[in-house]
Design a binder for this molecule. Structure first.
Ligand code: ZN
Length: 251
């Protein structure tokens, strides 16, 4: 491969082009590439930037699902290793969303350690987005989304203590933010609060100031209906061009 820095920037530029018309689902409708850059940053930071292919895969991680880019296309541009990493974290979109959600939980313990790191970073950003710039979902639905994230991450543990800690903090913060803003759902909130460990109660986590500014993207995209915070269809015009179909998944 070329110089890692050049390759990573090339991947960022490519991802920006592929996802140019995609917005995150939150009220701000942030450009989707923000999400990809946030995930890539977490991966780079957690690995000491020693695995450039994994950073590139993070930038590409929603391209198959959201932009219908073929794995072969990614492999041709960035190598077989990147292509297979992206494939490893991509859902089979031919399946119903409920089944895809279930399979994410089932498959999480079986994927490679590198794929687990990528998936952990993706889940952190998605959960932060639910708290910071949520889609137009009920509190109950947002809480269920956070719980599903916890269920997936349970199968990813052991891959990165740093990312696991950031996920735990993000999930707790998200649950607090959702229940505080939704008094009518306090019963559900209490139920989840009771699950916190003694340590968590004594040491409530704070947002990572280095990332909170950027945690405004909602769309993960991993994930389409039901189990992700997808892009806002009203802000994502449907059109065909350049040999690829732009995703307009509605929620
Ligand atoms: Zn994602």
């Amino acid at each position: 491969m070329a110089d890692p820095c050049i390759a990573v920037l090339k991947a960022a530029e490519t991802a920006a082009r592929w996802h140019a018309d995609q917005k995150s689902k939150g009220a701000e409708g942030a450009p989707y590439v923000n999400h990809l850059l946030e995930v890539a940053y977490l991966v780079a930071d957690a690995t000491g930037a020693k695995d450039p292919n994994l950073i590139i895969a993070a930038l590409m991680h929603d391209a198959i699902e959201d932009q219908h880019i073929q794995r072969e296309e990614i492999a041709k541009r960035f190598g077989e290793d990147v292509g297979s990493l992206v494939q490893e974290v991509s859902d089979d979109k031919s399946l119903p969303s409920k089944e895809r959600k279930r399979l994410q939980i089932e498959h999480a313990p079986k994927i490679s350690r590198r794929a687990k790191i990528l998936k952990l970073a993706d889940k952190i950003i998605n959960i932060r987005s639910i708290a910071i710039d949520p889609p137009d979902w009920s509190a109950r639905r947002r809480l269920a989304y956070v719980q599903w994230g916890r269920d997936v991450v349970a199968g990813l543990r052991g891959a990165s203590r740093q990312l696991e800690r950031l996920f735990d903090e993000a999930a707790q913060e998200a649950e607090q933010a959702i229940t505080e803003k939704s008094p009518t759902h306090s019963a559900a909130g209490k139920k989840i609060v009771m699950k916190k460990t003694k340590h968590e109660k004594e040491h409530p986590p704070k947002w990572n100031p280095g990332n909170s500014e950027r945690g405004k993207v909602v769309g993960t995209a991993k994930h389409g209906k039901g189990h992700s915070a997808p892009r806002n269809p009203s802000k994502t015009p449907k059109k065909e061009h350049a040999g690829r179909r732009l995703k307009t998944s509605s929620q």
